[in-house]
Design a binder for this molecule. Sequence first.
Ligand SMILES: Cc1cc2nc3c(=O)[nH]c(=O)nc-3n(C[C@H](O)[C@H](O)[C@H](O)COP(=O)(O)OP(=O)(O)OC[C@H]3O[C@@H](n4cnc5c(N)ncnc54)[C@H](O)[C@@H]3O)c2cc1C
Length: 255
Amino acid sequence: MVSLGHSQSGIRSVWDTLSLGHDLSGIRSVWDAVRKLKIFEKLRQITDDRCGGSQSRVECSRQLRLKNAGGQLQTGKITGFWELHGKYEIIVNCSGIGARALTGDMNVYPVRGQIHKVHAPWLKHFVRVGDGTSYIYPGISSVTLGGTRQKDDWRMSVDPSDSEAIFKACCALEPSLQRARKLFEGVGLRPVRAVLRLEKEKLEGEGSHMYLVHNYGHGGTGVTFHWGTAKEAAQLVQECVTEIRCRPVRPKPKL
Ligand SMILES: Cc1cc2nc3c(=O)[nH]c(=O)nc-3n(C[C@H](O)[C@H](O)[C@H](O)COP(=O)(O)OP(=O)(O)OC[C@H]3O[C@@H](n4cnc5c(N)ncnc54)[C@H](O)[C@@H]3O)c2cc1C
């Protein structure tokens, strides 16, 4: 089995499958994701140097647990699922917005979000306005200011006009932010889909097949509810394993 996507849903899906004690012996099952172990160092740097964010720590701890449970982490980008054929029999597709290109699913689209991290340890309470367009979220050692919700916007670079608008809106909500030290700005694409895709699929081609478990389309709430979807994905993996085990064995040709 391979889990495609190193982020929330990907790592968690693998971890939950292991935690459920699924027996994968006999299944080609190298646990896999899209980052090498050097990511730990990188995450630690990010955590210590600029974010201090709990999210980085959570990712770090998830990946360590995965490794301790016998999983492997690998870096790589695929352009189609068949590239993994022969190496793995089950693929868990947690590729977020990448699922659009991989599956051709045009129902998943990006909603761009830009954020700003600042050092403002005096802020202890969060502020969120209306539909969440403007927000101030104090974290462990930084405060996140946001944001934007730009539909079908694929730009991954920081937009200075967005930066200005975010800071202005947040200062209007909390004037003390004027004296906050700026740490970091970033952009992410929320993988939005009217309904999250959580299902299995048997991919057939040229006398062969492979199993896919789709787990993508978490939109702007994946950090919150990936726990539940990963558990369901793990159950679907078990169903694939059962199908593989029950497959009739082809008799060997006598000649
Ligand atoms: C600014 C912002 C604020 C947010 N705030 C919140 C919040 O407050 N609460 C909340 O719950 N959620 C929030 N979210 C949403 C949350 O981040 C997403 O829902 C979540 O990241 C989705 O997780 P995922 O693991 O499904 O996908 P992703 O995190 O997008 O991970 C997908 C992974 O798949 C990999 N991948 C894609 N294509 C390929 C390919 N072809 N080959 C190999 N690998 C591939 C990518 O590299 C990536 O690692 C926010 C998002 C943004 C951008």
